[in-house]
Design a protein around this ligand. Structure first.
Ligand code: ADP
Length: 250
């Protein structure tokens, strides 16, 4: 079963394409990374899947069900089974960790007993049991990141969208949390759409990588190994060209 299907999706802002003719099938349980420079349309792709904006043309389906097409939203964000973690974690500062996790469950009318059980399970999984009564400001950057992850995962999404979630952290912590994301994804089996501009992060997280061009189009799609080989070949080619030019001008 395809989890997310983009069919010829385009999205314009003031007449400029943020995403252009984007077609892609994301498999259930896959970890797909969208890699590209700033402004190439990565966040727009996630916002389209989340349901915050509709595509101007083309369609988006989740598990075969068309959720938005040609300027219209057919299924609202909260009904899509899609969770989100952004770089700006947007934790509620006045609520404890538990309060942050309970918020979405309450909004969905989950009864107290089930809320407690689901929160208990997820805080164990992300190793935050000791901090359940802490407020976000009392936690480290990495712990806050884990709260944001837990808050998305406690809603048991089919698809998790992550937009540059680790780019505000130092490299060591970022690498550690990449491992954490992989562990949780393997354990819980959700489909991951992960946006980054960082090549190494893309290779660490992804099973497949979509490389974006600056103008919202796909440059290349491949497995991590294929995309890594492509970058190596490109680096070698530009090295040879430079050498050739140097030889000629010598
Ligand atoms: P990325 O996530 O790759 O940095 P975005 O998807 O945020 O790229 O943006 C793609 C393009 O669309 C950029 O040129 C950006 O300026 C433009 N854009 C994104 N959101 C809006 C918006 N709400 N209004 C106007 N332009 C936007």
């Amino acid at each position: 079963m395809k989890m997310v299907t983009f069919r010829e999706v385009s999205k314009y802002y003031s007449g400029r394409a943020a995403v252009r003719d984007f077609s892609l099938e994301v498999e259930e349980g896959e970890r797909l990374v969208i890699l590209g420079p700033s402004g190439c349309g990565k966040s727009t792709l996630l916002r389209l899947v989340a349901g915050f904006i509709p595509p101007d043309s083309g369609s988006i389906a989740i598990q075969g069900d068309i959720v938005a097409a040609d300027g219209q939203i057919m299924k609202s964000p909260e009904k899509r089974g899609v969770g989100m973690v952004f770089q700006d974690l947007a934790l509620w500062p006045h609520l404890t960790v538990k309060g942050n996790l309970a918020f979405g469950l309450k909004a969905r009318g989950i009864p107290k007993k089930e809320r407690e059980q689901r929160i208990g399970e997820i805080v164990r999984l992300v190793q935050l049991e000791e901090y359940i009564r802490a407020k976000p400001a009392e936690l480290s950057g990495g712990q806050q990141q884990r709260v944001a992850l837990a808050r998305a995962l406690v809603l048991q999404p089919r698809v998790l969208l992550m937009d540059e979630p680790l780019s505000s952290l130092d490299l060591e912590l970022s690498v550690r949390l990449r491992g954490e994301v992989l562990r949780l994804q393997r354990r819980l089996g959700f489909t991951l759409l992960y946006v980054t501009h960082d090549r190494e992060e893309a290779f660490d997280i992804g099973t497949r990588v979509v490389m974006m061009k600056g103008d919202g189009r796909i440059e290349r799609i491949g497995s991590v190994e294929q995309v890594r080989a492509y970058f190596q070949a490109r680096a070698t080619a530009s090295h040879l060209i430079r050498q050739n030019l140097n030889d000629r001008s010598a």
